[in-house]
Design a protein around this ligand. Structure first.
Ligand code: HEM
Length: 428
């Protein structure tokens, strides 16, 4: 059977950071794919072909089958041909993973490593840190309100709060947070000239890899020192758990150790910043919603779940087929590469009524922004809790909320969201 091939403009859009920055036109292309070619191959210059997976059901089916759809074989985030070749040349065993974290692992390593910290991120344990998170939220809100009736919520508020929470839980002191913020933005958004290290457009794979290697080396130096400290002076933080963890009777090797810190330190904030800023944007655009949710008694759960669906901060992850598989009426062959496009899955008309409406009252919101299956987001309960606490602390203190200028999105195919959200507000 021949493979269905996507029209060039759809294939080009799903790999183009600028398209993710513009957002609306990208949604048109994805809606076309869901209706006409939900599982079809994207062919682009200098990129290996990959299956673009746009339907919620197919994303779920692939995610729930890690035995046949692996993370460790090919890059887990879209990379062009030169980039993958360079990354392979730059990594041990030529595996091409500049970082080896939970995301890049398959069985049996994946579960062994995941279980080291999983209980930390479960709702029961998170209750222990709830009061601490509330203090950080209050402090964040005080800062925002003290600064007067206007702010760039994405830059001045949303970018800092989840960072402070995750750093607190991890055990990184507040004075090191700006360095962590800069490194994460460089790791996740290196294609956006406003965020990357050289503040210039990245035009070659060599440039991209060189920049990522700088960023990774910075992280490794930092966490190397933290590990030495926590082995000598254990504390009640995740750094202590990771630094002293044993896998197969031995301490974690250096590469996996650095990868572990990096995934916790980075996955936990730009993502939650994006969903938090997205929620505020919708409240600023819709006075009735704002009135409803600023009441201290209002239940924020539906607002938060819908903001996570609406923003879909992690826009894709890649998988690689380990064997031939029939799925969605197509035959995927061993070695094929697939893009799970969560942005599309979260607007799937077959799962969500009126998917392009922001509706906090969805009865059973099956948003797939946290992925699914063995790799499902480790921090999903933390992300929801952080957002709820910030909304509880912030909204009742506001009397009005409006947009004060044009919002702008990050230009990145991987972690996306608002980089600018000018807001005007009044307090009591
Ligand atoms: C994995 C999204 C917040 C830590 C993932 C995955 C997605 C995701 C899509 C991959 C799932 C898959 O492959 O099936 C998000 C979103 C967030 C968020 C949208 C915020 C709204 C957080 C937070 C943490 C975190 C706060 C804090 C530690 C991780 C880790 C993984 C992960 C460690 C890798 C899990 C594994 O491979 O086993 N996340 N995440 N994330 N996330 Fe999150």
């Amino acid at each position: 059977m021949t493979k269905p091939i996507l029209p060039g403009e759809v294939a080009a859009a799903v790999i183009n950071p600028v398209a993710y920055g513009q957002w609306e036109p990208l949604h048109e292309q994805l809606a076309w794919a869901r209706a006409n070619a939900p599982l079809a191959v994207a062919e682009n210059p200098n990129h290996d072909p990959f299956w673009l997976v746009t339907r919620h059901a197919d994303i779920m089916a692939i995610s729930r089958d890690p035995q046949r759809f692996a993370n460790g074989i090919r890059p887990t985030v879209l990379t062009d041909r030169d980039g993958e070749a360079l990354a392979r040349a730059a990594t041990p065993n030529n595996d091409g993973h500049l970082i080896r974290s939970l995301v890049q692992m398959d069985a049996p390593d994946h579960m062994k490593y995941r279980l080291l910290t999983q209980s930390w991120f479960m709702p029961k344990n998170l209750k222990i840190v709830e009061e601490r998170i509330r203090e950080i939220a209050r402090d964040t809100v005080d800062h925002m309100l003290e600064a007067g009736g206007e702010c760039d919520f994405a830059r001045d508020v949303a970018a800092h709060y989840p960072l402070r929470v995750i750093m607190d839980i991890l055990g990184v002191p507040p004075e090191d947070e700006p360095r962590m913020l800069m490194l994460t933005q460089q790791l996740f958004g290196p294609t956006d000239p406003e965020l990357n290290r050289s503040r210039e457009a990245i035009t070659s794979a060599e440039q991209a890899i060189a920049m990522l290697n700088y960023v990774i080396a910075d992280f490794e130096n930092y966490f190397g020192a933290l590990t030495a400290d926590r082995r000598a002076n254990p504390r009640e933080d995740i750094a202590t758990v990771i630094a002293n963890a044993m896998v197969g009777g031995e301490q974690i090797p250096d590469r996996e150790l650095a990868g572990y810190y990096m995934i916790i330190a980075t996955a936990g904030h730009d993502t939650t910043s994006a969903s938090t800023a997205g929620a505020m944007m919708e409240l600023a655009k819709n006075p009735a919603l704002f009135e409803r949710f600023r009441s201290a008694e209002s239940d924020k759960a539906g607002l938060i779940e819908e903001a996570i669906r609406w923003t879909t901060p992690v826009q894709h992850f890649m998988r690689s087929a380990k064997e031939d598989v029939e799925i969605g009426g197509q035959t995927i062959h061993a070695g094929d590469w697939l893009m799970l496009n969560y942005v599309s899955g979260n607007r799937d008309e077959e799962v969500f009524t009126d998917p392009f409406a922001f509706d906090p009252d969805r009865v059973k919101n099956q948003q797939i922004a946290f992925g699914f299956g063995a790799h499902v987001c480790l921090g999903q309960h933390l992300a929801r809790m952080e957002m709820r606490i910030l909304m509880e602390e912030l909204l009742p203190r506001l009397k009005s909320l409006e947009l004060a200028g044009e919002p702008a999105r990050v230009e990145s195919v991987f972690v996306g969201g608002l980089k600018r959200l000018p807001l005007h507000f009044r307090t009591h």
